[in-house]
Design a protein around this ligand. Structure first.
Ligand SMILES: *[C@@H]1O[C@H](CO)[C@@H](O)[C@H](O)[C@H]1NC(C)=O
Ligand SMILES: *[C@@H]1O[C@H](CO)[C@@H](O)[C@H](O)[C@H]1NC(C)=O
Ligand SMILES: *[C@@H]1O[C@H](CO)[C@@H](O)[C@H](O)[C@H]1NC(C)=O
Ligand SMILES: *[C@@H]1O[C@H](CO)[C@@H](O)[C@H](O)[C@H]1NC(C)=O
Ligand SMILES: *[C@@H]1O[C@H](CO)[C@@H](O)[C@H](O)[C@H]1NC(C)=O
Length: 357
């Protein structure tokens, strides 16, 4: 009994090792459209024969090398012009493959087969391809807030949250669309309650990374000629800053290292841009009233602050008291004229009434 048990346990342990050995293909992940190295090394001995193949339903020739040169005659057309070996490294036992412009159909298992006069060896590599979430946009239109991003793989997930938290589930609608290149575009919109000063945040997540977009809305009313608008303060160092007016016009842009550039139309009104992204405006008139949008982004987040600015018309009364005097005088004159004409009319009516009697 006991011996049998020991044998059985030994068998189990052996099986599990074997299984691990079977499953332990090297895993590598590459980014869509970028270059990628599929690693492979061998015991160098003399002139090797080398075959890289993709193990799909059928084996596809990826890259071959023998007689000291590349042999690309039987190469599958999916890989044409995208593969190379590190030729100077082959004699040192490095048979790694450089794959350029990685496509989604490159995903799968690859075999690196090497034969020398000492024998042959094969290793298996599993390649997965990711298109991480890059740009994420959030914007508001009326009381509808939309968050979107394009060109993601594998299929992303999108979640909304608010600050302070909402005690009702938010009415949201998410649509996912797969492009011809098999990448995913995602968009979600949510109807926020009117006039709330909630902060909305949207997170788009995929296997490789996630990005968050945060929208906060503010309203500023000024009656002076200058004001400062702040951008969301974030802890992390922001790499990109962009201020826009009424969604379309760019006011200021700044990338990680460079200085802020103010567009020609706004040179007159922009006094300065602070380190944290705040915008100091000058020479304001009601024409500069509208929506000021600040976008601060870094690796993980895009913070959008939307400020509705209303510049009140001061009617010039404070700066030119003379004007108001003229207005008052004019009003007095008009009043007098009206009164005189009315009393004349009344007189006329009296005369008429007397005459007809
Ligand atoms: C093979 O050479 C390439 C290019 O120099 C290098 O990046 C890679 O790490 C090497 N691989 C191995 C297994 O030595
Ligand atoms: C949500 O909370 C607010 C304030 O706490 C309350 O007035 C409102 O009735 C709540 N709504 C629901 C659906 O519970
Ligand atoms: C979005 O809507 C779904 C149902 O349509 C709901 O389950 C989910 O909780 C909503 N998300 C938020 C953040 O309210
Ligand atoms: C700022 O940092 C604190 C802790 O250091 C963290 O809890 C908070 O989430 C951060 N906020 C942002 C916007 O990154
Ligand atoms: C900007 O938008 C506001 C509000 O939507 C509008 O009243 C204003 O006319 C716009 N200004 C310009 C210059 O387009």
């Amino acid at each position: 009994m006991k011996i049998k048990t020991i044998w059985f346990l030994t068998f189990l342990v052996f099986m599990s090792f074997w299984k691990i050995a079977l499953l332990s293909d090297a895993e590598i992940s590459c980014n869509f459209k970028q270059s990628c190295i599929l690693p492979c090394s061998f015991q160098s001995y003399g002139e090797p024969i080398l075959h890289w193949t993709q193990l799909e339903s059928s084996e596809l020739r990826v890259h071959s090398y023998y007689d000291n040169q590349d042999q690309l005659g039987p190469q599958n057309e999916n890989f044409r012009g995208r593969t190379s070996l590190f030729q100077d490294q082959i004699s040192r036992g490095n048979a790694s493959l450089l794959l350029r412009e990685v496509q989604l159909q490159d995903q799968g298992r690859y075999s690196c087969y090497i034969s020398t006069i000492k024998g042959h060896e094969e290793s298996i590599i599993r390649l997965s391809v990711d298109a991480p979430v890059s740009d994420i946009r959030i914007h508001q239109d009326g009381n509808r807030i939309t968050c979107s991003s394009e060109g993601i793989y594998p299929q992303p997930e999108l979640t909304w949250s608010t600050e302070p938290p909402s005690n009702t589930t938010l009415q949201n609608r998410t649509t996912v669309h797969q492009t011809e290149e098999k990448l995913y575009d995602i968009s979600s919109s949510l109807t926020g309650p009117d006039g709330s000063d909630r902060i909305y945040s949207c997170t788009i997540r995929t296997r490789r990374n996630q990005r968050r977009a945060i929208l906060r809305q503010k309203s500023v009313i000024v009656s002076s000629r200058q004001t400062s608008l702040s951008c969301s303060a974030s802890n992390g160092s922001a790499s990109k800053l962009l201020w826009r007016f009424n969604h379309s016009q760019v006011i200021v842009s700044r990338s990680s290292q460079s200085r802020a550039t103010v567009t020609e139309e706004w040179k007159l009104h922009v006094k300065s841009v602070s380190e944290s992204g705040g915008l100091s405006l000058q020479d304001l008139s009601p024409q500069q009233g509208g929506i000021y949008i600040c976008e601060l982004s870094n690796e993980e987040e895009t913070l959008v602050t939307s400020t509705f600015l209303k510049v009140e018309d001061r009617g010039g009364t404070k700066r030119h008291p003379g004007v108001s005097m003229v207005v008052v005088a004019a009003a007095a004159v008009i009043l007098c004229v009206v009164l005189i004409r009315r009393s004349r009319n009344q007189k006329g009516l009296q005369l008429y009434e007397e005459a007809t009697r």
